[in-house]
Design a protein around this ligand. Structure first.
Ligand SMILES: [Zn+2]
Ligand SMILES: [Zn+2]
Length: 214
């Protein structure tokens, strides 16, 4: 049984997820923790639950999602997983950190490239990788079909969608990703987005005014 713990970090109110199962193995998705207090909060949760971190996963490499990457790699000795099309964003993260005023940003290197259809395993659980570009060129989502859980990063939010006015974004790609990947999931699939509250595929197909279900 998968358990998802949500932390909201940094001035962008980014959701960092720790996903564990009954074996106590866990993955950390998009660690946005930047300051001392945020990192302490993450570390204390993992310690108090007795979790073993086995993978570091990024949905995409915008600065608010990668601020704690190197901290997690260093602390838990885990490998960073990212889609290769987001390498330009990761390589540019240091200048974005300067621009947005995050001092002492530590860059990270990718260890494993994620691709559509790959499987990431922890404990007795796994995530299927969905390639969902548009908000970022190498954006992926993490799907567990058994429990109907999808960690969607900045693709789909409750009543909204990811921005496409940044460099390397594409609205047509985002629309296609949502229609051909996310809206194909069962209506009761729970979506855990990169910002804001959870939603469901059924709710968004019915109420999302940006991408309407056809
Ligand atoms: Zn983003
Ligand atoms: Zn974001």
């Amino acid at each position: 049984m998968i358990h998802i713990e949500t932390f909201t970090f940094n001035p962008f109110s980014e959701n960092t997820y720790v996903v564990s199962d009954e074996t106590k193995e866990c993955v950390i998705i998009d660690p946005g923790c930047h300051n001392y207090e945020e990192r302490k909060e993450l570390k204390e949760y993992i310690e108090s639950e007795g979790l073993k971190v086995v993978h570091l996963l990024n949905t995409h490499a915008h600065i608010d999602h990668v601020l704690g990457n190197e901290f997690v790699k260093r602390t838990y000795g885990v490998k960073l997983h990212l889609h290769k099309n987001d390498l330009p964003l990761l390589e540019n993260a240091s200048s974005r950190a300067d621009y947005y005023g995050f001092p002492n940003y530590e860059g990270s290197t990718v260890d494993v490239f994620l691709e559509e259809g790959d499987t990431v395993t922890f404990g007795t659980s796994s995530f299927e990788i969905l390639f969902v570009p548009g908000h970022a060129p190498g954006h992926v989502a993490f799907l567990n079909r058994e429990q109907k859980i999808c960690l969607s990063g900045d693709v789909l939010f409750r009543g909204s969608i990811g921005r496409t006015d940044f460099p390397l974004c594409s609205f047509p790609d985002l629309e296609k990703s949502i229609r051909t990947k996310l809206y194909q999931l069962s209506d009761d699939t729970v979506v855990y987005p990169g910002h804001g509250p959870t939603t469901t595929i059924g709710f968004e197909k019915k109420h999302n005014s940006f991408i309407k279900a056809i």
